[in-house]
Design a binder for this molecule. Structure first.
Ligand code: AMP
Length: 189
């Protein structure tokens, strides 16, 4: 099994790039955020808790996102996977590497999309007009960027220390151009 992890702040275009890349490289795309939003739409106690955390721009507990993501990986372990939105904390990253060793994942690549803060805020506000996500508003964006900076960004150093190859890309600009840059560098065989 081989895995690509797509990494970047909220609004960096990782969801869009993930969908295109999955098609092109024949990978199964798994967005932890999308799965959580499905759960949040249910009127269950858990759904309401998730909804409240997402709406405030906070992360759901590590145990929950880890369980959802690892279940998916496990049931697709004969295929190649593109992870979008996982890991998002150091704890999740540590658990993921242990899990990969256990199930015999032989290649992990990381795509890191970089976009300036100003551009991110503009993009999310633009997306809000189209997708109507509950967490795409000015107040929540600030919190999501803070969470990214404090909890998610440190994962890059952790992965590097663990000898995982990180490919940095400028996430600003035209979707197709960025896609081309990525596929030029990412060889997945
Ligand atoms: P996304 O669609 O990737 O922007 O994720 C939307 C929201 O889902 C995030 O702001 C978090 O509240 C939650 N979420 C997504 N992935 C994770 C994760 N790996 N751990 C915890 N919460 C997550």
């Amino acid at each position: 099994m081989k895995v690509i992890i797509i990494f970047g702040p909220p609004g960096s275009g990782k969801g869009t790039q993930a969908k295109l890349l999955a098609k092109q490289l024949n990978l199964i795309h798994f967005s932890t955020g999308e799965e959580l939003r499905k759960e949040a739409n249910k009127k269950t106690k858990l759904g309401k808790q998730i909804n409240s955390l997402i709406s405030q721009g906070n992360l759901v507990p590590d145990e929950l996102s880890t369980q959802i993501t690892q279940n998916f990986i496990f049931s697709n372990k004969k295929k190649n996977i593109l992870l979008d939105g996982f890991p998002r904390t150091l704890k999740q990253a540590e658990n993921l590497l242990t899990f990969f060793k256990k199930i015999g994942c032989d290649k992990i690549l990381v795509i890191n999309l970089k976009v300036s803060k100003k551009e991110l805020i503009n993009r999310i506000l633009e997306r809000a007009k189209i997708e109507h996500r509950k967490d795409d508003n000015k107040k929540t964006i600030k919190q999501r960027l803070k969470v990214y900076h404090n909890q998610t960004k440190p994962i890059i150093k952790f992965l590097r220390r663990n000898k995982i190859k990180i490919f940095n890309f400028n996430g600003k600009g035209n979707i197709e151009e960025i896609q081309k840059e990525i596929t030029k560098k990412i060889k997945f065989d």
